[in-house]
Design a protein around this ligand. Sequence first.
Ligand code: ZN
Length: 132
Amino acid sequence: MTKTIQVKTRSRTEFINITDEVRQVITDSQVQSGICYVYVPHTTAGVTINEGADPAVVKDILSTLNSLIPHKARYLHMEGNSDAHIKTSLMGPSQSIIIEGGKLLLGTWQAIFFCEFDGARNRQCLVSIITN
Ligand code: ZN
C-alpha cells in the first residue's frame, strides 16, 4: 500500500516536519507491525530524520548545508541548481521506520523532515508500508 503526501514548500531551501502526516498514513492503514518506507521522488528534495523538539537543530543543519554548498559556484550543470542536487544526495531520497503496536518507533526527539533544496514548489512524498 502506497500513499502520497502532498508537500507545499515556501522557500528555496527549507525543512518541513512531515511526522504527523506520516503517522496519519500508519493510523489509516491499521497496520500493527511492519516497516514504513518514506520516499521522495525528486532530484532536488530529500528526506531526513533528526531532532524535532528544538527547531533550531534543522535550521542549523540547513544553514550549514547552505554555507558548505553555495547556490552559485563553478558548477557544470546548466540548470543553475547543482547545489540542490548535491544537498539532495547528502540527505538521500528515503527513510525507513519500524512500526510496532500500530506506531512509528521514532525516538523521543526524532522527527521526519522533508528537505526542500530548490523551492518553492508543490512536492510529493510517498509512504509505503511493508507489513510483517
Ligand atoms: Zn537541475
